[in-house]
Design a binder for this molecule. Structure first.
Ligand SMILES: [Zn+2]
Length: 202
């Protein structure tokens, strides 16, 4: 009986030892929770589009990216800006402002042609999303918001050198995460590949 018990234990040990080699590789999974303080200058329609874009991303990532927007950032009040200076911000800007002109100039130089950005996201040191409201058509506002909020959440291909490649976009022009927006109204399979590579989609 004792020999049988030892044999059973040995078989169980072998089975246990074998299991990891046959198990599928663990899928990476990250969760992002961000609270954005958004510009009080955003209009009612712009606010609705921003919230809809955040909801689109929440659904697309099956809840792995959860972003809440509070419209309490008042650039007319120093205390409001200082109070939120270390938190993610959503900023309403326009074509003529200095930050927009500076980003236009940098992107035009990089691409070797005139570029007029519709929006951009600065991930460091604190997330800042800028929406150039006089350039974004009303019907596109929601999808541009989803695109920028995806950048803010950290959508990027791992092991990619940003000096050599565009690591946080997909080349397919019909995707939300295309480098230049071409009217996509839902996330594509290419967007899903980027999201999964970022560990932010199941
Ligand atoms: Zn982008």
């Amino acid at each position: 009986m004792k020999a049988l018990a030892v044999l059973a234990a040995f078989v169980l040990f072998l089975l246990a030892a074998c299991t990891p080699a046959h198990a599928p590789p663990a899928q990476c999974e990250k969760r992002v929770r961000q609270i954005f303080h958004a510009d009080t200058d955003f209009t009612v329609n712009e606010r609705a589009a921003l919230v809809a874009g955040a909801d689109d991303l929440l659904g697309f990532t099956a809840g792995q990216v959860h972003q809440t927007l509070f419209f309490d950032l008042d650039f007319g009040s120093t205390s409001s800006v200082v109070a939120q200076s270390r938190a993610p911000m959503l900023v309403r800007t326009q074509s003529w402002t200095l930050p927009t002109q500076a980003v236009d100039a940098r992107m035009s130089k990089r691409h070797g042609r005139p570029v007029h950005v519709w929006a951009w996201t600065m991930p460091e040191p604190v997330v800042r999303v800028f929406m150039v409201v006089d350039r974004i058509p009303a019907e596109s506002f929601r999808y541009i918001a989803a695109h920028e909020l995806a950048h803010a959440a950290g959508f990027a291909f791992p092991g990619c050198d940003p000096a050599l490649e565009d690591c946080d976009h997909v080349s397919d022009p019909g995707s939300i995460m295309a480098p230049a927006y071409r009217g996509a109204r839902s996330f594509s399979q290419h967007d899903l590949a980027l999201c999964r590579a970022s560990c932010l989609c199941p």
